[in-house]
Ligand binder design. Structure first.
Ligand SMILES: NC(=O)c1ccc[n+]([C@@H]2O[C@H](COP(=O)([O-])OP(=O)(O)OC[C@H]3O[C@@H](n4cnc5c(N)ncnc54)[C@H](O)[C@@H]3O)[C@@H](O)[C@H]2O)c1
Length: 326
């Protein structure tokens, strides 16, 4: 169970960049796996003050040879790299199969060959589909309502099979909706904040009835490390979420009042998901993580939103589009 040097995939992304900072703060060595690009852009790691315990490697999780070499010398891997947009998964399901399923296979198989001590695979609350009961515990059925969710269910199952078949020390981390600084402009919270900052007369969004369990990113990444450090939970799925459910409608009202703005909302039919694909309710049962680790949710929704609003205001230059997904 030794954990000293951790490979983090998706390290240049939203959650990955916060996880890199968190692991470095806790004294771990980190090898950050970034998606290769010809400008050598480090994504959200660009410009952060990082200490000397970080190494950067740039490649592609779809490339087994690269993954194998990137993992050499690490005892642990936190696998976050994925395609995450639900609308794009309607357009290109095969891209999700390749990145999310085959990418996870590459991590699992290379970890098996190299005898890694800790393998954390990132799942999502979308794997549950619309809640069949509330709150959702880890034994809730899985329903792939989008190709994205289906690709994550497949990756989770493959990971569990590596634990059952080869005794690979795998844990599945299943975060509910996460928000905070650096999240893509396509996500619901930055979309609302951005449209309010731009002073739009009407905020345009998709279906506003679905409910979600929103978590500030610091709480989510703390959950990753708590799960990794636990001597238990091998071969298990663990939810990370606040246990609080809120509709998109109510969320808009809270954000507008925190920004001291009045808001008018217009539904944009183009942003609606196909009816059977829309996940209507998600609310986390977090008793497993609380029982097995020292994790607790430290930020209220209001506290996390204020931090996020402040960050988006100061970094508006990064936000180019107002696409929508939850
Ligand atoms: N944001 C949320 O609310 C949320 C909720 C539950 C689960 N998750 C999961 O958390 C993880 C991180 O999501 P995020 O919100 O930070 O998204 P993100 O898009 O910011 O991060 C994903 C990262 O994966 C990288 N990536 C994509 N394809 C790659 C490839 N072929 N090779 C190497 N790298 C590649 C991207 O460059 C990006 O940095 C994902 O696995 C996602 O499914 C996110």
């Amino acid at each position: 169970m030794d954990m000293k040097k951790i490979l983090i995939t998706g390290a240049g992304g939203f959650i990955g960049s916060h996880l890199v900072e968190h692991c470095l703060r806790q004294g771990y060595e980190v090898r950050a796996f970034l998606h290769y690009n010809s400008k050598n852009n480090w994504g959200w790691l660009e410009g952060l003050k990082l200490n000397k315990k970080i190494e950067i490697v740039c490649g592609d999780v779809r490339d087994y040879d690269f993954v194998f070499n990137a993992l050499k010398g690490c005892d642990s891997v936190f696998h976050l790299a994925a395609l995450i947009g639900i609308p794009y998964s309607y357009l290109s399901p095969l891209a999700y199969v390749k990145t999310n399923i085959e990418g996870t296979y590459n991590i699992l198989e290379a970890s098996r060959q190299l005898k890694l001590q800790n393998v954390l695979v990132t799942s999502t609350s979308e794997t549950y589909g619309t809640a069949q009961y509330i709150p959702i515990n880890e034994t809730h059925p899985m329903v792939g309502q989008s190709p994205y969710a289906a690709s994550k269910i497949a990756a989770d199952q493959l990971s569990l099979s590596y634990y059952l078949s080869f005794n690979l020390p795998v844990k599945i981390v299943r975060p509910f909706n996460t928000y905070g600084p650096r999240q893509s402009a396509r996500a619901i919270i930055p979309t609302i904040i951005m449209q309010l900052i731009e002073g739009k007369k009407y905020i345009t969004l998709g279906n506003m009835n679905p409910t979600r369990d929103f978590n500030y990113v610091e709480d989510t990444v703390n959950g990753f490390l708590e799960i990794a450090k636990s001597p238990k939970l091998l071969g298990e799925i663990v939810n990370i979420g606040s246990g609080k459910e809120i509709s998109v409608n109510a969320l808009i009202e809270i954000i507008a009042s925190l920004m001291k703005m009045k808001v008018k909302i217009a539904a944009d039919k183009k942003r609606f998901r196909p009816e059977k694909s829309e996940v209507m309710r998600l609310c986390c049962d977090n008793s497993k993580i609380k029982k097995n680790t020292h994790w607790k949710s430290s930020y209220s929704l209001e506290q996390g939103l204020l931090k996020t609003i402040d960050w988006v205001k100061r970094n508006i230059k990064f936000y180019k589009s107002d696409m929508y997904y939850v």
